[in-house]
Design a binder for this molecule. Sequence first.
Ligand code: HEM
Length: 405
Amino acid sequence: GIGLNRRDALRVGSGFVGAAGALALGARTVRAEPWTWSPSGSVLGSGKGADPMTVWDSEADPVIADVMDHADVPQVNRLLATWIKNDQPIPAGLPKNLRDFMEYARQLPSWTDQGKLANSFQFTQRRGTYLGVLYAFASGMMANVIPHEALAVYYSRGGSHLKERIAKTAKFGYDIGTVNAYGPGGEMVVTCVKTRIIHAAVRHLLPTAPVWPKGHIPISQDDMMVTWHSLGTTIMRVLTEWKIPMPAAESEGYLHSWQLAGHLLGIRDEYIPVSWDQANIQAAQVLDPIIAPTPEGKALSNDLLNLGADLDLTLLSRPILGAFTRFILGDKIADWLAIPREPVWGPLLQFSWGPFLAVREGILGVVPPSKDAYWMFDEFLRQFVLWYISELRMPLSIEIPQTNR
Ligand code: HEM
């Protein structure tokens, strides 16, 4: 809770995370190089070009702060829990300012393209087997070397309820890939608007934590773009590196599903890249230079590696998930996160994952991996899908937090 003393707040699992220096390091408010990404590369195509480090969410933040200070938050959460489908009316009984905000925030932008969304679904159908594992071990692990995000997650309520938080984030990754994600019957609009509300709540709550650096408001537009790139952009980079065949329409469709997610999360259109090329240019400025280890991120990644532990999924063991993380994100990040090298799976991934994918994708002229390697990789992906399904089985409601860690 907010009343925690510093020592309790820094206690994690069986140990402690680092020293006060970690927070100072994480709360970076100045850019090494001036902001240069041009809004002409955005879905809007224009903009004032303000550095997103200096912009938060001026539409959501005052409303949510008012609700948290003056409304019955548990009751608001009970009502929010009944709002599930995109086409469902906003539940009656919410404070008027919150309701008005939600009506506004649920609108799809004029640049929504239904054709692209159909292609996005086709992409998910064809590539879904890789997506879950990549959201968790490319994006989820990368989040732990994004200092602002690792700190915000660690010191917010979700940091001490990590299993629940992983499940809710997994639901986000699932919802974005469903057939009618942004249409009637889908849930992505609701999931995004609720998440936008939660982020505004975190901006209101986290600065009251004694451990939080004075004057630092979390989750800026820059932070949101960093995380956006750790998701869509990173996954597209990995799939490209893996030489997964990717028709342009499907790649653009997948981008579009993330552009809409960004918009509905409250990212301003002038910061949302219009193409993967523009996304890569922006990521090179906002994401690549800022990744760094923090004790908090290390603690979170340690928990993430236990994800398969309470299920009987033998290939989702810590060493194998660690090897997979190291294989995807590389030695530097794996070493930062203190992920041990794995003597069997490490080399196996290095030498046989490429051929496995090639055979799986029907690419000719590749020397296939051994039968055993093929079976193990296939089973690994299958077990990951099982894990995913089991996570989504628990009732999940994204709620306004009332306390920090
Ligand atoms: C909550 C997704 C960006 C920090 C959530 C939740 C989702 C989500 C689905 C709800 C989960 C829950 O209630 O436990 C996303 C996506 C992002 C994004 C898709 C960008 C594309 C960020 C950034 C930060 C951040 C940039 C921090 C720098 C948090 C925190 C919570 C949260 C602290 C609340 C955890 C809690 O108190 O339980 N986010 N997020 N998020 N997010 Fe984000």
